[in-house]
Design a protein around this ligand. Structure first.
Ligand SMILES: N[C@@H](CCC(=O)N[C@@H](CS)C(=O)NCC(=O)O)C(=O)O
Length: 223
């Protein structure tokens, strides 16, 4: 049986997009099941449909045989170790990739709070608080700072790595809310948004009816 990736609403679930990209890039054949997060239990990790496969009550989760890997980073690591590697060979380069991934996985709370992923949407954010402006500046510096690898390829560390899978949702947030970036950071985001794996996800989003999300304020911000 193929692994099954359980994801949240694909227009909104930034956590879900990351392992989808990593699995695709690693060349893993998998099925995907989308769970509607806009239902009772959301926010309390108590959606019954999710609890049926992940006792932590969260998506994404990857079922591999009898096992369930229940975290976007753990799934991406599994993809990289099972399929084509998504890390460079050199230990120091690997550490730098992991450092960028860890910074995303455990940080940028203000960007997550104020620039919710909404792939379909285009608007202009205004009046962003200082912590969000700081997060955006740090992401811009992180993106632009790694462009020294540009000679080896257009991704953050040249070739595709788990870091790029983790920053793809951020690139959609910046596009959705019209965030202005430095030229190098913008070029990097453009690379992520032109990638075939992301475009396949975006096609799935655009093929769905545009429904809102009643259990969060994401559709009401900046209108
Ligand atoms: N650390 C986890 C976080 C996953 C997570 O927070 N998922 C949210 C998606 S919005 C969720 O499942 N929420 C369900 C709920 O709030 O009830 C990962 O990276 O996979």
């Amino acid at each position: 049986m193929k692994p099954i990736l359980y994801v949240g609403n694909i227009n909104y679930s930034s956590w879900s997009l990351r392992p989808y990209i990593a699995l695709r890039w690693a060349g893993i054949d998998f099925d995907m099941v989308e769970v509607n997060l806009d239902q009772p239990g959301y926010g309390d990790y108590a959606i019954a449909e999710i609890l049926a496969f992940n006792p932590a009550g969260k998506v994404p989760a990857l079922r591999v045989g009898a096992a369930v890997i229940a975290d976007s980073l753990a799934i991406s690591e599994w993809a990289s170790e099972t399929g084509s590697s998504l890390y460079p060979q050199d230990p120091l380069a690997r550490a730098l990739v992991r450092s960028a991934v860890a910074e995303m996985h455990s940080g940028f709370a203000a960007v997550r709070r104020d620039l919710s992923m909404n792939i379909r949407r285009r608007c202009k954010a205004f009046g962003l608080p200082a912590d969000t402006v700081r997060d955006i500046a740090r992401l811009d510096a992180l993106f632009a700072g790694h462009r020294k690898h540009a000679a080896e390829g257009p991704f953050l560390f040249g070739q595709r790595t788990v870091a790029d899978a983790f920053f793809t949702p951020v690139a959609t947030r910046f596009r959705t809310y019209g965030i202005e970036l430095s030229a190098d950071a913008q070029a990097y985001c453009d690379t992520l948004l032109a990638d075939a794996a992301f475009l396949a996800w975006e096609q799935m989003v655009l093929a769905q009816p545009a429904t809102g999300f009643s259990r969060a304020n994401i559709d009401r911000l900046y209108t």
